[in-house]
Each structure stands twice: as structure tokens, then as C-alpha cells.
Design a protein around this ligand. Structure first.
Ligand code: PLP
Length: 242
């Protein structure tokens, strides 16, 4: 059971973020609508369910095992489930019939396996292509210059539907630099949309997290993925999770 204090904290955070999102939208030249996705790693089912009660309509899971452990405890009829974390190819089979979208497609082998498992389950999986916008060695994602050829290659897979791009830009404190990363993602998005590739529906741009969701929205994000700003700091000491 969540304490009243904990509930109040989560509700206040969500209300504040939503009002800040509305302000950021005013500043966006695109005037787009943006979904607030709650990033749920390390959170309990009670916390997640309460966030859903407070109006969260989409959640993002990072870890297959953690997701499966609490899957039946989440009030799923009111919420869409995305997978947003690094995904091992051999784990696709565990989540394929449980998630609404996989945001972290970063290699051909993974796209192939999602396609194969989706067909097996008679479904078409929505996916986002993850772009490594900062070109960081330590991060997953397709290099910006390879995005188009990658998308063309997987666009023929009948078990997947490409819905847009996802990115985790490098951490930086310089706002102009940060904006440049977001603009770069937007440019790839616009470029690829203009090519009108069959089976590609470029409608979702997923970027912006707790520290930069407002800037992300000002730069055109249609989906911000927020954890800490909703639930507070993560405590990794409680439980060891991959
Ligand atoms: C954890 C996580 C987030 C949210 O991070 P916060 O800084 O807690 O908002 C967003 N996207 C991905 C892929 C994540 O793993």
C-alpha cells in the first residue's frame, strides 16, 4: 500500500509535469501534441497503478524480467505498454504479445526477430528506430547517417510497422548543444517522412526525459519518457535487476 504522502507526491509531480508540458507546447513551432510516458524501471506495481490513476496513459519498461514479474499486477486496460530499454534478441519472445510498441530497435538482427515473433503471434508490432544521435560509443542506436538505409531495409518486414524515431541524446548542460541534438533528430525525421517509404508511418518522435522534457517538446517531441520527475530518485539498492 502506498502512503497518502507518497500518493500526493506522485500526483503533484504528474500535475506539474502536465502543466509544464502545456507551456512548452506553446513554444513549439510544430504545435504538436505530446504524450507523457512514465518510465517505470525500479518502481512497484502500486506506484505504477497509482500513476495510471493520475492520468498516465502509457508506460515504458526497460527490463524484460522486471516487466514480467509485475505484469499481471498492472491495471492494463487503461494503459499502453512500451518497451524502451536495451532488448536482447533472445528475449523478444517473452514480450511480443505483451507490449504495444518496442521503442528501442537498434539493429537488424533485433528487427528480424521481432518480425518473426510477431508473425508467429499473428500480429504487427509497432516499433521506433533508436538513433544514436550523439554518436556515443557507449550508447546503442543506429548512426544518423545509416538511419534511412536501415529503415528502408526493415520496412519490408510484414510483422513490424515503423512509427517513428526514439533517441537518448548525450547528457549535456549546454542548452544550445542540447537543442542541436534534438534538431538533428527532427531533421532525420523530416527527411525520412518526405521520402514516403512504403510501410513507414513517421508519426512519433520519442525524446526528452526528466531533465529536458520541456526542451524536447519545444523541439518537436511527440512523446517524452519521464521517470525520476514523476516518481522521484531511483533506488537501485533495494533489488538487483539485470
Ligand atoms: C530511465 C529511462 C528514461 C527516464 O529517465 P529519467 O531521467 O528518470 O526521466 C527514459 N528513457 C529510457 C530509455 C530510460 O531507460
Amino acid at each position: 500500500m502506498l502512503t497518502e504522502e507518497r500518493k500526493k507526491e506522485i500526483k503533484t509531480n504528474i500535475d506539474r509535469i502536465k502543466s509544464e508540458m502545456a507551456q512548452a507546447k506553446e513554444k513549439s513551432p510544430y504545435g504538436q501534441d505530446t504524450v507523457l510516458l512514465a518510465a517505470t524501471k525500479t518502481r512497484t506495481a502500486e506506484e505504477i497503478n497509482y500513476a495510471i490513476e493520475c492520468g498516465i496513459t502509457r508506460i515504458g519498461e526497460n527490463r524484460v524480467q522486471e516487466m514480467l514479474e509485475r505484469y499481471d499486477d498492472i491495471n492494463r486496460d487503461k494503459v499502453a505498454f512500451d518497451f524502451i530499454g536495451a532488448l536482447q534478441t533472445n528475449k523478444v519472445k517473452y514480450i511480443i504479445d505483451k507490449v504495444d510498441m518496442i521503442q528501442s530497435v537498434d539493429r537488424l538482427e533485433l528487427a528480424r526477430e521481432i518480425d518473426r515473433q510477431a508473425k508467429k503471434h499473428n500480429l504487427v508490432m509497432d516499433i521506433l528506430v533508436e538513433i544514436n544521435i550523439g554518436g556515443e560509443q557507449s550508447k546503442s542506436g543506429i548512426a544518423p547517417e545509416d538511419a534511412e538505409s536501415f529503415i528502408r531495409e526493415i520496412s519490408s518486414f510484414e510483422g513490424i510497422k515503423i512509427k517513428g524515431l526514439m533517441s537518448i541524446p548525450p547528457i549535456c548542460t549546454d542548452i544550445d548543444k542540447q537543442k542541436n541534438y534534438f534538431k538533428k533528430i527532427m531533421n532525420i525525421f523530416i527527411d525520412i517522412s518526405a521520402k514516403k517509404i512504403d510501410n513507414v508511418d513517421m508519426s512519433i518522435l520519442s525524446f526528452g526525459m526528466s531533465d529536458d522534457y520541456m526542451l524536447g517538446i519545444e523541439c518537436g517531441s511527440t512523446m517524452v519518457r519521464v521517470g525520476t520527475a514523476i516518481f522521484g530518485a531511483r533506488d537501485y539498492t533495494k533489488k538487483q535487476m539485470n
